[in-house]
Design a protein around this ligand. Sequence first.
Ligand SMILES: *[C@@H]1O[C@H](CO)[C@@H](O)[C@H](O)[C@H]1NC(C)=O
Length: 385
Amino acid sequence: MTKPYRTALSLLLVCLSFLLASKGVYSFIVPRNGALRETRSLFTSFQFEDESPEEPTSNRQAEFQNLEPVQESSIRMERKRKDKETGKKFVSYGDDLWRLRSVMNKLSRRLLDAISDGTPEVEDKVRSQLREIEQQDPELVYEMELKDLQLAKATGKTDDAERHGENAMEARGCIPAFNLEGLWVGKYGHHGYEMINVTYQGDQLIAYKVTGDKNVPKGEITFQVDLSPIKPKAIGSGKMDMPLQPISLTEKAAKKWGTKQLPRYRGLGHVAEPRFSNGQWMEGQLILISQEYFSFAWIPIETQIFFGRPSPELALKMLRENGVSASGGLKAWESPPPIDADVEVLKEFAATCLDLTTEDAEESLEGGAFSCIWHGVDTEECSFQ
Ligand SMILES: *[C@@H]1O[C@H](CO)[C@@H](O)[C@H](O)[C@H]1NC(C)=O
């Protein structure tokens, strides 16, 4: 197949899947898996009602029946294989990681004892045990590899630098705090629900407001967090440079969230008076609750906002209400364009389908639209000190 033809076909497929979705054939549910299922039901996203698919009404629909799944490209398959392999190297977020860290603490103490006791055999043994398990903690590996990278660069060892750079990125990809990219929704007090966009600039997490309010409007940063494990030593700082200890949960809360501790990171929260005047940054904390929920706390004003992933319908609705449209203007289509039509024409058709689908989806989105976002009632367990 030639490239333009393939592009056209995939555009039509995208379009078709939106059409199907609007007919209730597909249901869009935020993906979820095992451990936190119970909790996640709090955030359950909207689901299309199940209607039986309609009989094909146009002869064009026949073209899309019994389609084989698209063959994945070799690059994509290779990447998936690598991701899986990398995932196996590191302990995943949650209690396995906390257990690993407590074993590391024990071994470190034993190492210190061995050194002060002057027992080199014990020292060697403990040291190699420690080295081995350290390799399973992605945050620790990221930090160590970055330090090695700096050293290799400083000493002009380009091959080493390249290897450490790759290892560092591999570990970084397995750290939950570096996997929050994209859209989230949280309740900003009496301003109501707002959407934010989490982005990364290097190791800085920067959360922009996608929708805003009269204090901090859209497009502005709502909070930011420096996640870099290596911070330049500032003179006279001290306490504020120390990493924050994770929050220990009560037994009940631990069960609910599937983890005994919640990691947290220092950041800066943005506040302002109406019309974005007197904006200022204040001490804040990013608290990871699970891979899919987090909160940010504005410490001095004792405000904590919980963020959850919006369902696709809610995301579209909030974006549209804020003047972000999938297509410029709507064009009325009597019938779909032919498959060999110009790519631009097909694109326009797909965009129209998306807009119509969105309208459909919004009609069915009623008061429960925000039920997917948890607003932190019943959360005394997760509050910060
Ligand atoms: C979110 O941020 C990314 C990266 O900067 C950007 O590409 C994307 O368009 C943003 N999304 C919205 C809805 O603002």
